[in-house]
Design a protein around this ligand. Structure first.
Ligand code: 9MR
Ligand code: ZN
Length: 549
């Protein structure tokens, strides 16, 4: 098989069999409930599983929605609180089946969290935990140091980053951080949550993150600098991970990798202390080592792919937000005012303070500072909180202007747009938690969009809902020959940039941004999965599950 050829093993998912769009998981009984109808219609009904009408009402008009190109109206059925399974019916057309009741998002959360287990590298996935999606041990050979091929290193473990089998420090650190903050802010949701992964003596979410942290620690050099990534030279063909046996290279260090490693280890150390004090100590030592390296090495060290390497670069234009995050977490860990001063000095570097991505980590630094159990500078606390309320306010405006409720402008649909939607959900949640605002409904709308309240009527999480993405750009999901995708993965979603050749072929010219999507395995810019697209989903679901308790 040619390196990049993907032979279709299953029929491509057709367009949605449904014409009325709503959250396919459903709604907690007491919450707002809405479906979007992309055609002219005055009345709607809600039918139960037997087709009996249990609720009806007049639609609300919205009008033209620019991002989707649809003229839409709403079915508002917030007053229907009786537990059950329903469909929305309008103009003789139906929505997918959804639930009203308690704990409607628990299954989605379990699945989105379990997805990380399915990406574990260096161990086989046992049938007991992985079911039909089991596979053999992968990527266990020693890796070769790019800068000196005579050096071999054991850097096995961690999660595959995405649809490819690479492992990248900055991407891994932020995904782990999203999960750690989810645990820290919603302990009641995660403490006893079991998702059928190997027993560990600690909450499953922490065991899963530990799998990544153990690998991250191996990427640290004795001087505290951190290798940027570990991949083969070229992306593997679409084979099972155990059949990807090309040489793995450890590529040079970057300052972002050192900063993110210091940050995530500092964040993790106190969280693991009650369960595994030795591991907590190891994390603390590693955090200090990389933080001290950062101080000794104030210059930005970027990463660019060497000639001949085509795996992800995860390069940046500066490392200010990463350093801010690192020093803020070090302050939170140690209470040392020097770290606080270093963090605060960076806040005038004009990076966003509510961002949670792999390039911009200012939001993580802000969170670290605001939650630090030490005496803090009032003005800074005010400023950081103000950023969350201001951004959430701005995003409310975007959500209200969007026919489908996503807090997205017409221009926001590029590679990984679903992550943007989910990160914006996180901002609503954090504004509520840190500043006492009430944006829960707006946070929920971002999840509704992901789970089916979108112009394609698709659930962008594999395996969730009657009509969901099923052909992710995810090597094992393709190579396993199983019809159903490995469940629980958030796919990248609409990308009006059409950033790969397949997207250009699949999406007709002039398609509105919110519809620039195809459930096609070959298109990595539309339908890939990544750890840092799933992690904001886990955070947002954690928040919404916590609100329901
Ligand atoms: O998620 C990344 C996206 O924001 C970038 O536009 C894109 C191109 O640089 O790269 C994406 O990251 C990919 C990474 O480079 C390799 N693993 C898969 C990632 C998701 O597509
Ligand atoms: Zn692997």
């Amino acid at each position: 098989m040619d390196r990049y050829e993907i032979k279709r093993s299953k029929e491509r998912t057709g367009s949605s069999p449904f014409s009325v769009f709503t959250d396919q998981a459903g709604f907690p009984a007491g919450n707002a409930k809405r479906a979007v109808i992309p055609f002219d219609c005055e009345y709607f009904e809600i039918t139960d599983r037997n087709g009996t009408t249990v609720f009806s009402g007049e639609t609300g008009q919205f009008g033209f929605d620019e991002a989707s190109g649809d003229t839409v109206c709403f079915a508002d059925f917030g007053k229907l609180t009786k537990k059950g399974e329903y469909r929305v019916k309008a103009g003789g057309k139906f929505s997918a089946l959804f639930k009203i009741g308690d704990n409607v998002y628990d299954g989605v959360l379990d699945s989105a969290l379990k997805a990380f287990y399915f990406l574990r590298c260096g161990c086989g996935l046992d049938e007991k935990f992985a079911g039909a999606w089991k596979h053999g041990k992968c990527h266990t050979a020693e890796a070769v140091l790019w800068e000196d091929n005579s050096v071999r290193l054991d850097v096995s473990g961690g999660w595959h980053d995405a649809g490819d089998y690479g492992r990248y420090v900055t991407a891994g650190a932020i995904a782990a951080a999203h999960l750690l903050y989810a645990y820290r802010l919603f302990p009641e949701v995660f403490r006893d949550r079991r998702v059928n992964i190997p027993e560990s003596g600690m909450p499953d979410i922490l065991a899963e993150v530990k799998y990544e942290l153990d690998w991250l620690l191996k990427m640290q050099k004795p001087d505290g600098s951190v290798y940027h990534k570990l991949t083969t030279l070229l992306h593997a063909p679409f084979v099972m991970p155990e059949h990807d046996t090309e040489t793995l290279y450890v590529f040079p260090v970057s300052s972002m990798a050192a900063a993110d490693l210091a940050a995530v280890c500092a964040l993790a150390s106190p969280i693991y202390r009650p369960f595994d004090p030795a591991f907590a100590e190891k994390l603390r030592t590693a955090a200090e080592l990389s933080a001290e390296w950062l101080i000794r090495n104030p210059g930005f060290i970027d990463f660019t792919n060497p000639e001949g390497c085509n795996t992800g670069a995860y390069g940046q234009w500066d490392d200010a937000s990463n350093r801010f995050w690192a020093f803020a977490e070090m302050f939170a860990l140690t209470g040392d005012g020097d770290y606080a001063d270093r963090a605060l000095a960076l806040t005038n570097k004009h990076f966003p303070l509510t961002e949670f991505g792999y390039t911009e980590t200012g939001g993580l630094g802000a969170l670290a500072y605001l939650l630090a159990p030490h005496e803090k500078d009032d003005a800074t606390v005010g400023k950081l909180k103000g950023e969350f309320t201001r951004t959430a306010g701005y995003l409310r405006g975007l959500s209200d202007k969007c026919g489908y409720g996503a807090a997205m402008s017409v221009r926001d649909f590029w590679w990984g747009s679903n992550m943007n939607v989910l990160k914006r959900g996180m901002i609503f949640a954090l504004s509520d938690i840190l500043c006492g605002t009430d944006n829960m409904e707006y946070a929920a709308r971002q999840l509704h969009y992901i789970l089916g309240t979108n112009p394609l009527g698709i659930s962008y999480i594999t395996g969730i809902g009657e009509y969901s993405a099923n052909q992710p750009h995810l090597r094992p999901a393709y190579a396993d020959g199983i019809d159903a995708s490995i469940p629980g993965f958030v796919v990248g979603g609409p990308n009006s940039g059409l950033s790969d050749q397949f997207a250009k072929e699949l999406i007709p010219p002039g398609t509105p941004p919110m519809k620039c999507y195809a459930d096609a395995a070959e298109s990595y810019s539309l339908n890939e999965i990544t750890i840092y697209w799933n992690s904001p989903a886990v955070f947002l679901l954690g928040y919404l599950c916590a609100c329901g308790r």
